[in-house]
Design a protein around this ligand. Structure first.
Ligand code: ICE
Length: 541
């Protein structure tokens, strides 16, 4: 298949919209755009999914409990709601952890829930929640307990914050208890849950502990990295080799203490901008910690990110060490890449995932010589597509108006900015960008299809019309796509694979994609009796 010759993406939009009722077609039309990196088009994003359309999206509870708080091992996360909410957000994301001396506890394998019943809906569930907190405290003596609201909790009016205050008093302040109003329906997707979680982290944990027991001189946070399939482990190892200390990873393999001391770092790197940009901003406005966009997905991207850190600190020894690490790590990377390229070169990919991976993973596909002809987020905002540098920040959150906007913590002024404005300006002249972010569109080819909140119908059409060599999405799409004869790689939880971050991860990804996208089994989709009139079989006794 020749990309340029055989693929006419221009036909897609018209054909797909023709099947919708007029009003729906008008709305969906704004979410389907043809890219132009030189003149970035406007895309509709972060708006309600049209009822009746099958979306890939999840809920606000998932964004708060599952995504942001879920990967922390020493906080007991109690879901206040029916058991399904807790159960389906339990371990499926494959966020990993490694207990150590700082926090030997590991509550990730537990699913804590109040298991609300009909009678709790009728008479209220606050007492049951109190009892659950008592039990959790008696059994585990955790340092912190977080409570997450699900849809019915909001509908009947249970107040998780009141319960948190009551139980803090009852347990004489021995444990930090806080609640999240992250009812599933609060926003149009997971995205609102990220924002609510960020606010809660900031109010209840960040800045609580000023202690610094630094191993290295250069201390950074990595925000928006959730240790799926061990990604954060790969980044930790890499940072250690470079002599850079990770004060907090939010929230892959994290602990309560990491959140509490995050404000002592000198720089924040933001991996997933969508889910954690709020904390990045708060750390900057309150504690004077600048943030830069980073990417550890892709070997070249990883090298670029490390060099940015070197430049920020401006220490020659650090810069030399980083270069040495890059040179060493690139040897096996190149070897693996060349081997995979023989088979993967020229293949086509489509990526429809969350709020950052549909962008980040294009780096890895580029390294495999593959073209991403169509991509989109489930719940990204316009800045994730068009770039934060392009859209004024006021517009960024226009769709999340009902969520509290916090910027400054009152007592935070005790901290001095890490760098003066002049110093930051000088670094910007040298090519570093602070508080900015180039979105997905700037890095996609002209004419490629960018689709927000892809519907199930549109997904089927994409596959039918263009037969990509690989489709990246999640479990809800996986088996439908595979039944159409196209391999699907889950980019939410990596199926059984990973890590895919940093140099080590890139090697794993090259190997996995070569196996998945270049496997002849996908040509055997038709059963023998579908291909021939009579199927003869011989039995051996
Ligand atoms: Fe960010 Mo699935 Fe993570 Fe992203 Fe976010 Fe989610 Fe994960 Fe996906 C996530 S935080 S859970 S990188 S909510 S894989 S935006 S959808 S692309």
């Amino acid at each position: 298949k020749d990309t340029e010759k055989d693929i006419n993406l221009a036909e897609f939009k018209e054909e797909v919209l023709a099947a919708y009722p007029k009003k729906v077609a008008k709305k969906r039309g704004k979410a389907i755009v043809y890219n132009d990196p030189d003149e970035i088009p406007q895309i509709q994003a972060n708006v309600r999914t049209i009822p009746g359309i099958i979306t890939q999206r999840g809920c606000t509870y998932a964004g708060c409990k599952g995504v942001v708080l879920g990967p922390t091992r020493d906080i007991v996360n109690i879901t206040h709601g029916p058991i399904g909410c807790g159960f389906y957000s339990w371990l499926t994301r494959r966020n990993q952890t490694r207990p150590d001396e700082q926090a030997p506890e590991n509550f990730i394998p537990y699913a804590f829930s109040t298991d609300m019943q009909d009678s709790n809906i009728v008479f209220g569930g606050e007492e049951k929640l109190k009892q659950a907190i008592r039990e959790a405290y008696e059994l585990f003596h955790p340092k912190a307990i977080a409570i997450f609201s699900t849809c019915p909790v909001g509908l009947i009016g249970d107040d998780v914050h009141r319960v948190a205050r009551h139980m803090t008093e009852e347990l004489e302040g021995k444990v930090n208890i806080f609640g999240f109003s992250c009812e599933g329906y609060r926003g149009v997707s997971q995205s609102a849950g990220h924002h609510i979680a960020n606010n809660g982290l900031y109010k209840n944990l960040i800045g609580n502990d000023d202690s610094v027991d630094g191993k290295y001189k250069f201390r950074i946070n990595v925000l928006g990295e959730y240790n799926i399939g061990g990604d954060a482990f790969a980044i930790e190892t890499l940072m250690d080799k470079c002599g850079i200390e990770l004060v907090a990873t939010m929230s892959g393999n994290s602990t309560k203490k990491q959140f509490e001391t995050a404000h002592t770092a000198d720089l924040s790197l933001v991996m997933c901008h969508r889910s954690i940009n709020y904390v990045a901003e708060m750390l900057e406005t309150s504690f004077g910690i600048p943030w830069m966009k980073a990417n550890f997905i892709g070997a070249e991207a990883t090298a670029k990110t490390l060099r940015k850190v070197g430049k920020y600190f401006g220490d020659q020894e650090l810069i030399d060490r980083i270069e040495k690490v890059i040179a060493e790590e690139m040897i096996p990377v190149k070897e693996a890449q060349e081997k995979a390229l023989e088979k993967t070169k020229g293949k086509l990919a489509m990526l429809f995932v969350g709020g950052s991976r549909a962008h980040h993973y294009q780096e890895l596909f580029n390294e495999l010589g593959m073209t991403t002809i169509s991509a989109g987020y489930e719940f990204g905002h316009r800045d994730d597509y068009e770039g934060r540098s392009v859209i004024p920040s006021i517009q960024i959150d226009a769709d999340s108006r009902n969520i509290e906007q916090i910027t400054v913590k009152e007592d935070a002024t005790r901290f001095k900015p890490r760098k003066t404005e002049e110093e930051l300006k000088a670094l910007e002249k040298e090519g570093l960008e602070f508080n900015g972010y180039e979105g997905m569109m700037a890095e996609m080819k002209k004419g490629t299809l960018v689709i927000d909140d892809l519907s199930h119908y549109e997904m089927g059409k994409l596959i039918e019309m263009y037969h990509p060599d690989i489709f990246c999405a999640g479990i809800k799409e996986k088996f439908c796509v595979q039944k159409m004869g196209i391999p699907l790689k889950q980019l939410h939880n990596y199926d059984y694979g990973g890590p895919y971050a940093a140099f080590e991860g890139a090697i794993n990804f090259y190997k996995d994609i070569e196996q998945i996208a270049c496997c002849s089994i996908w040509k055997e989709m038709k059963a023998p009796w579908e291909k021939e009139d009579i199927v003869e079989a011989e039995y051996v006794y």
